[in-house]
Design a protein around this ligand. Structure first.
Ligand code: SAJ
Length: 432
């Protein structure tokens, strides 16, 4: 496989598909980037991007202008097809693979002998097999792995993305990849492809194992964050500073507790563990509980802040941050946003929001009278500061700038300068 002659069709130009398409195109391949959203296609075709990600706009502009990345609203023939579309949860916490199957359907007419199809979307175990079955049904003129004794005409693999938002372009190149083939030959073909642009190790396995690896990675992190969040509740209950406990416990050579926060957000860690729970509900007890603990933390923070606000009716309230984590513009599954929405509903115009990564507040917030303000205004005029996201801009605020405001710091970014607010309880502990 050579970078220069290869044509790659990437279906789904979101947080993963777009950076991947741009990176592959920057290495010399011709990439057809496909999205069903016309605005997304038009934005990219004009050299711009619809998401915020470090260094992405410059790269996209370069490959679009050099005609290496072509934004389209439907797939076109290629050597390699990559599917990177969302796999959301249904209301009853079941994985929805409709977008993956629709993407597979859309590439079916363009498949030819020798093609490689790779699924990158986080998916329940067995989804890659489902794609094989679907393609085999739609293209009886071709052979597919798992559906025919003969050597397949089309090779199919699952290779999960594992990049961290904010560092996507770096991690796409540096991280090891787990390449799961429907057959060992499919895995080998997919590995050859990834080695064109990945500097990390590409390790071959089966498609089912690779699907489970992806879910495992995010469930592992969710469970570890749940430990930190549960610990913060326990410390709050017994009147001890959780941040100090964690800092000291982490000095043990084999202890590495993550950070408590207002809950877990994003489209990955807050979602993927449910795929495991759905597949093995009786076995996945810890994984389910971790999800519940992390979701419960947002409820807890909301109640504590509401109590605090009601105890100081004369004070203006500034909530710092609504994105799902630091230094990104992504609001998906954001616990900070959920908390601020509930506060705005309960307390109306007293709630003000500082969010440097978002131009306009979501309608749900402004509808209740919440207003977006600058950080300086919040520091000058707000008597209650609620830190919900650890953006760098908030970290840099020194104690003197906080003007004696009551601080509820859910991310532990500010040093403690005064006793914490006492709301409905006796011990003088900093709220975690
Ligand atoms: N969080 C905490 N405490 C911590 C760490 C994180 O409360 O100590 C919160 C964050 O604030 C955020 C959420 O957890 O709300 C998730 O953030 P994250 O930075 O841990 O992860 P994501 O969702 O941005 O990206 C994860 C990564 N997975 C793992 O680290 C195992 C990334 O590598 C995956 O590619 C990505 O999910 C994905 O797409 O699946």
């Amino acid at each position: 496989m050579s970078r220069k002659n290869i044509r790659v069709c990437v279906v789904g130009l979101g947080y993963i598909g777009l950076p991947t398409a741009a990176l592959i195109a920057s290495r010399g391949a011709t990439v057809i980037g496909v999205d069903i959203d016309k605005n997304v296609v038009d934005t990219i075709a004009s050299g711009h991007i619809h998401i915020a990600e470090a260094d992405l706009e410059g790269l996209v502009q370069k490959v679009v202008f050099s005609k290496k990345l072509l934004a389209r609203d439907a797939p076109e023939p290629a050597d390699v097809f990559m599917i990177a579309v969302p796999t959301p949860l249904s209301g009853n916490k079941k994985p929805v693979v409709d977008h993956v199957l629709a993407a597979a359907k859309s590439i079916a007419p363009h498949l030819a002998k020798g093609n490689l199809v790779i699924l990158e979307s986080t998916s329940p175990v067995g989804t890659t097999e489902q794609i094989c079955d679907l393609l085999a049904e739609l293209r009886p003129d071709l052979t597919f792995p798992g559906n025919d004794e003969r050597r397949p005409d089309v090779f199919i693999a699952y290779c999960p993305e594992r990049v961290l938002p904010g560092r996507i372009l770096i991690e796409l190149v540096q991280n090891d990849r787990c390449v799961g083939g429907m057959t060992p030959e499919c895995a080998a073909k997919a590995r050859d492809f990834y080695e064109l642009f990945v500097r990390g190790k590409c390790i071959e396995t089966s498609a089912r194992t690779a699907e489970m690896v992806k879910l495992t990675e995010n469930a592992f992190r969710d469970t570890n964050i749940a430990f930190a969040n549960e610990l913060s509740l326990i410390c709050d209950h017994v009147g001890i500073d959780a941040w100090e406990v964690i800092q000291l416990a982490n000095r043990h050579p084999r202890v590495d507790i993550l950070k408590p926060g207002p809950g877990v957000g994003g489209h990955c860690i807050a979602v993927d563990p449910w795929f495991i729970v759905d597949a093995a509900p009786h076995q996945a007890r810890l994984i389910r509980t971790s999800r519940e603990v992390n979701d419960g933390k947002a409820d807890y923070v909301f109640s504590r802040v509401r109590d605090l606000i009601e105890s100081y009716p004369e004070r203006r309230v500034a909530c710092l941050g609504i994105t799902f984590k630091a230094n990104v513009d992504d609001l998906r599954e954001s616990p900070a946003l959920e908390i601020v929405e509930r506060l705005a509903k309960a307390c109306g115009p007293r709630i003000q929001v500082v969010e440097p990564f978002v131009e306009e507040l979501p309608q749900e917030l402004s509808r209740h009278g919440a207003r977006k303000i600058e950080l300086e205004e919040a520091l000058d005029q707000s008597g209650i500061l609620v830190v919900l996201v650890d953006h760098d801009a908030f970290r840099r605020v020194g104690a003197t700038l906080r003007n004696g405001a009551i601080v509820y710091d859910t991310r532990g970014i500010w040093e403690r300068t005064s006793p914490p607010p006492l709301v409905n309880r006796a011990p003088a502990a900093q709220l975690a």
